[in-house]
Design a protein around this ligand. Sequence first.
Ligand SMILES: Cc1cc2nc3c(=O)[nH]c(=O)nc-3n(C[C@H](O)[C@H](O)[C@H](O)COP(=O)(O)O)c2cc1C
Length: 212
Amino acid sequence: MVSLVLNLILSILLMGENMVIKLPAPAKDSSFSVERAINERMSIRSYKDTPLTLKEVSQLLWASQGIVASGRRASPSAGATYPLEIFIAAGKVEGLKPGLYRYRNKEHSLELIKEGDLRKSLSNAALGQEMIFKAPATIVVAAVFGRTRARYGARAERYVHMEAGHVGENIMLQATALGLGTVPVGAFNDGEVKRLLGITEDPLYLFPVGWK
Ligand SMILES: Cc1cc2nc3c(=O)[nH]c(=O)nc-3n(C[C@H](O)[C@H](O)[C@H](O)COP(=O)(O)O)c2cc1C
């Protein structure tokens, strides 16, 4: 009886809390030089039907906005206002059920915020671009403009877009160094992507990722 009551209390406490998946620790060094990554990066729009692992997802997300040696983030931010939020729409990732996850950089973990394979609807919202449907996962860079606007007013619009570019380049160079293919996708219906992901942040940039 006591354990029944305790279980009930526990499940009430956990109600409304999303599942959190701890990511494996990212590598902070490798023998693949930054020069080689710059030299070999190119847009890749077709991928093998091979799933990604949590290790690769961990590395890509760390490169986007993970915590680095300075204690700050992998990408710079105007006035350290950090307007960007990173999500991953996973379809075929070992160890992840299909769904949309938020990257929690401080704990280097993923929070499941929407269950289900969103790749087809995401592809449709991106003017039918097939690679988003075919890629095992797509990284979504989204923004809360208000965080930067509170400090910089109208200038924030420019800064936030610059920051999305920094994050995107890190993702692309890291993907190249891992032997993965990606392409920056800016052509999509903003409102439609926001609605289907069910997020309050404004989506700015998509990066489908898969094996070349
Ligand atoms: C802001 C931006 C938006 C882009 N949007 C798309 C897109 O929606 N779909 C696509 O296939 N490629 C997109 N691209 C990729 C470009 O087509 C590609 O970078 C360009 O052709 C140069 O090729 P490279 O990336 O191999 O150097 C985009 C690139 C940038 C920088």
